[in-house]
Design a protein around this ligand. Structure first.
Ligand SMILES: *Cc1c(COP(=O)(O)O)cnc(C)c1O
Length: 222
């Protein structure tokens, strides 16, 4: 089942790239394995998956330790408290959810190594959703650019559910252009999930975060 669903998604990505006139080598599939056991991650690794997404610190930390024998990339995609920043830095290869000055400062202090990150945009009017308001993106980008231990790869966003995702991804692409005005190398876009990755690819997404379409329904949070 897992292998079959993974194949369906990989083929869906390839087809969406063809429709968008893009090369599928520009697109990284991150399989979101939150709430699933490490056995599922090992099985996915066997199937060639190298990029995994997790959204809760304790769970991600434990999984990173258990999977220390595998050469994988762990992407932290969940809301992150500043007081956990140093701990997450230790095991995460990329953090997708950098969304406020206090977090940039905390991550910047935590290490001399360079950490790759995305600046998360909030596309809703609800501040509890995580993400920086689009109007505050430039100020956040300037702060991150002035933080030597952070390398900003691009913007990240979650499209609002239950509406046409395409206009949301247009806004993400526009925000990506704004970000590149501050950090020219920050050309990547982390966007697109199980039910909207085709639209995300059409608007330039380079990092897809796909869970349920590959893993099946998540078990309840433990
Ligand atoms: C859970 C999650 C995903 C994956 O969602 P699916 O609908 O299962 O594909 C992507 N991004 C973030 C930030 C998530 O928390």
């Amino acid at each position: 089942m897992l292998a079959q669903r993974l194949t369906v998604v990989r083929e869906g990505i390839a087809a969406a790239c063809v429709s968008a006139g893009r090369d599928s080598s520009e697109v990284t599939l991150i399989v979101v394995t939150k709430f699933h056991p490490v056995s599922v991650m090992r099985e996915l690794f066997e199937l060639g998956v190298r990029d995994f997404g997790e959204n809760r610190h304790q769970e991600a930390e434990a999984k990173a330790a258990e999977l220390g024998d595998l050469d994988l990339n762990l992407h932290f995609i969940g809301q992150l408290q500043s007081n956990k920043a140093a701990a997450v830095r230790r095991y995460a290869d990329v953090i997708h959810s950098v969304d406020r000055a206090a977090l940039v400062t905390a991550l910047g202090k935590a290490s001399d190594d360079v950490l790759e990150c995305f600046l998360q945009l909030n596309l809703t009017d609800d501040p509890s959703r995580g993400g920086v308001a689009p109007g505050d993106l430039v100020a956040l980008a300037e702060l991150a650019a002035a933080t030597p231990s952070l390398r900003v790869l691009g913007v990240m966003a979650v499209a609002p559910l239950a509406t046409d995702p395409r206009p949301a991804f247009v806004r993400v692409r526009e925000a990506s252009e704004v970000l590149q005005g501050v950090i020219p190398a920050a050309t990547f876009i982390s966007a697109g999930m199980s039910y909207d990755y085709v639209e995300a690819i059409a608007e330039g997404a380079t990092h897809l975060r796909i869970g349920t379409a590959i893993t099946g329904e998540r078990p309840p949070a433990s």
